[in-house]
Design a protein around this ligand. Structure first.
Ligand code: CP
Length: 308
């Protein structure tokens, strides 16, 4: 079953094909109203379930729009409103939904929920974020980097802050797309060693440098994310802020990266916390291109999963 559960479990040639297809589909739509159909309708007669157990703006809107542009239909479901949120097992939910829809996209908490859903579904499942990973985001980010600066292979990406789920998928992508990644952040918020080891096994140079200034030297791309992810308790907010404050991406830090370095953030951002407005709205920032490219990258992911 061609699920899209993680970047490191997807063949690199297939990942590359998805990026190229996303670029072609984006170009083909240039200037068209957002609600108009694509010239090709590969998802005609397909029904897609979009399940959200956590909040979302980008993932929800971009998947919904992308399916519609390709001729398919969606049903957007909240986990709490489903029996899934009231005791029905994941396996039974997977088997029931597979009788109604052609593909399931889920945003959930535990990675085990995604994995069990994929195990029992007889239709493809897409990972729309778990506590551990966020692969759709990083497909959009690779696409965005390459739109602006050409191939990402061999480039130096610096992740500053919390080694969270988005950082994990960046590490997965480093191994698959052949770029290097430097993590800078407090030791207690390091990415999981398993993710670091996997990227290194695939030939990426992965460094962990505590000094953010030294870390960003020679960076082609600087990335950060919110200091308190959706699954983190707000009771840890102050502790996390104290730990992460030295890793804020601001103009002074960006000045140590390459002059043509880009800045990315998956959004939503907390302005003046993990990143300043001067950087977010500055000339190196491509944050809204990233957000737009969620749409195009996910359309290619949907086509890959459905084989259309
Ligand atoms: N970046 C991202 O996944 O955004 P949402 O939480 O709004 O979907």
């Amino acid at each position: 079953m061609p699920h899209f559960l993680d970047i490191h479990t997807t063949d690199p040639a297939e990942l590359r094909h998805m990026i190229e297809q996303a670029r072609a589909m984006k170009t083909a739509r240039d200037g068209l109203p957002k609600g108009s159909p694509d010239a090709e309708q590969p998802l005609a007669n397909h029904m897609v379930a979009l399940i959200f157990e956590k909040p979302s703006t980008r993932t929800r809107v971009s998947f919904d729009l992308g399916v519609r542009q390709m001729g398919g239909q969606t049903m957007v479901l909240s986990g709490q409103e489903m029996q899934l949120g009231h005791g029905e097992t994941i396996a039974d939910t997977a088997r029931v939904l597979s009788r109604y829809v052609d593909l399931i996209m889920i945003r959930t908490f535990e990675e085990s929920v995604l994995q069990e859903l994929a195990e029992y579904a007889s239709v493809p499942v897409i990972n729309g974020l778990t506590n551990r990973t966020h692969p759709c985001q990083i497909m959009a980010d690779v696409m965005t980097y390459e739109e602006h600066r050409g191939p990402i292979a061999g480039r130096k990406v610096v992740w500053s802050g919390d080694g969270n789920n988005v950082c994990a998928s960046f590490l997965h992508a480093a191994g698959q797309f052949g770029f290097d990644l430097t993590f800078t952040g407090p030791e207690v918020l390091d990415p999981e060693p398993e993710f670091v080891a996997l990227a290194r096994e695939k030939g990426s140079r992965v460094e962990i440098i505590r000094d953010p200034v030294r870390a960003v030297e020679g960076a082609d791309l600087v990335v950060t994310d919110t200091w308190v992810s959706m699954h983190e308790s707000q009771s840890n907010r102050e502790r996390r802020h104290n730990l992460l404050r030295p890793y804020q991406v601001n103009e002074a830090l960006m000045a140590h990266a390459r002059p043509d370095a880009l800045f990315m953030h998956c959004l939503p951002a907390h302005r003046e916390e993990e990143v300043t407005s001067a950087v977010m709205d500055g000339p190196q920032s491509v944050i809204f291109d990233e957000a737009e490219n969620r749409l195009h990258a996910q359309k290619a992911i949907l086509r890959h999963c459905l084989g259309v």
